[in-house]
Design a binder for this molecule. Structure first.
Ligand code: LRH
Ligand code: MN
Ligand code: MN
Length: 395
């Protein structure tokens, strides 16, 4: 279905909302990554966080909607964060969320904030306090916490005791937040632990956030659920209580695959964005940070991020085109097929021209993928950079 004249008013509103939407990029998407079997190196990948920001700025240059980059500490540790911030600003972007990393040191084998050893818990809290210092230097609002904590075997540790330790550690970190800063707490149902994960689901994350206070919000990573989970229901539920802080967008076929968002299931992405739009949470001041969390193993990094940003924009555009009055009327009248048809009409609308027009209006090339390819940037970095970094471990 293409856009009919009767949809003109809706497209104008959609264009305005799309022009205001921003999507945050992960620094680790630009480095080499792989599976547990092999990391495939690519020519031209960044050698340090400064080069990661330069590559992220390319995504923003061609899409116009990706002005922030999340950092992962210590993967992106630098001597001078003020200099990194200045570098970002010179590139026309800024530093977004700071991700803590308390999973790569030997001491964390049995967990970080939940570890039975108080010395390890101290180290993990201190690592987060260090992240808050970084945030003060980078001007970041969000401290994103994902813990690899969990158990492989029943009886390995006390399930409730671990929750108490977690609450205690989080409370100390929360107490150190500045008034404008937030903890955004991510859940994941498995991996690296297989029997029990200490923050496995949105309910556990939400309970901890509610105990902490209003500056604690839940992060929903689309790859962190069991197959078949109704993610848009979780989105709706968290929005109802004002605790959806951010998305980590990616696609999955099987596990936490970290593929380009919208690649596996564009319909799911649309359903999620429909809940967002319905709740008015697309507005930049809604407090929902739309972030990507992806690792590109076999595809070139910068175009893959451009593609993901475009996929989010397409899902958002379709969600904005849902005829909400018609939907509400059909729902009220119990018209099952009619209500479903309203949603499907929007999903089946081809929004690519709408987005191309929007880009042209903004002085951008209507085809970001082609424009980036024609820029020669990929060839230049391949020639200039030798010895690029791995996305995470070893970066
Ligand atoms: C964990 C996770 C979390 C990490 C990122 C690298 O699976 O989604 O967000 O910070 O991957
Ligand atoms: Mn994530
Ligand atoms: Mn993940």
């Amino acid at each position: 279905m293409t856009i009919s004249p009767s949809q003109t008013a809706a497209t104008v509103t959609a264009r305005e909302a799309l022009a205001a939407q921003t999507i945050e990029l992960p620094s680790w998407a630009f480095g080499n990554s792989g599976t547990r079997f092999k990391v495939f190196g690519q020519p031209g990948v960044p050698r340090d966080p400064f080069e990661k920001l330069a590559d992220a700025a390319q995504v923003h240059a061609y899409t116009g909607v990706a002005p922030r980059v999340s950092l992962h500490i210590p993967w992106d540790l630098v001597e001078d964060f003020a200099a990194l911030r200045k570098h970002a600003e010179d590139l026309g972007i800024s530093i977004g969320a700071i991700n803590s990393n308390v999973f790569q040191d030997d001491e964390y084998m049995l967990g970080s904030l939940c570890n039975p050893d108080p010395k390890v818990r101290r180290k993990a809290v201190d690592a987060h306090l260090r992240c808050l210092e970084v945030m003060n230097e980078t001007g970041s609002r969000d401290l994103k916490i994902w813990l690899a904590d969990g158990l492989n075997y029943p009886g390995q540790d006390d399930l409730r005791g671990r929750q108490d330790r977690l609450a205690e550690g989080l409370a100390e970190i929360y107490a150190a937040l500045a008034p404008h800063q937030r903890i955004i707490l991510e859940y994941k149902f498995f991996e690296p632990s297989f029997y029990a994960t200490d923050i496995p689901d949105w309910g556990t994350s939400l309970l901890h956030c509610m105990a902490l206070g209003e500056q604690a919000m839940v992060v929903l990573d689309t790859g962190h659920h069991a197959p078949g989970t109704n993610i848009e229901f979780i989105v709706a539920q968290l929005l109802r209580v004002g605790r959806l802080g951010a998305f980590d967008f990616n696609s999955r076929f099987y596990a936490d695959d970290d593929l380009m968002v919208g690649a596996a299931d564009p319909f799911q992405l649309f359903r999620i964005m429909h809940e967002i739009v319905t709740a008015g949470a697309l507005r930049p001041d809604s407090g929902v940070n739309f972030m990507l969390d992806q690792c590109h193993n076999i595809e070139p990094k910068i175009p893959a991020q451009i593609r993901s940003v475009m996929n989010v924009q397409e899902a958002t555009a379709k969600a904005l085109l849902v005829d909400r009055d018609a939907l509400a009327a059909a729902q009220q009248d119990g018209e099952v097929l009619g209500a479903n048809a309203v949603l499907m009409d929007a999903y089946n609308t081809d929004v690519r021209q709408l987005l191309a027009d929007l880009r042209t209006e903004q002085g951008l090339d209507p085809d970001p993928m082609a424009a980036y390819a024609a820029s020669g940037y990929g060839d230049r970095i391949a020639a200039d950079r030798v010895g690029g970094a791995q996305a995470g471990w070893g970066a």
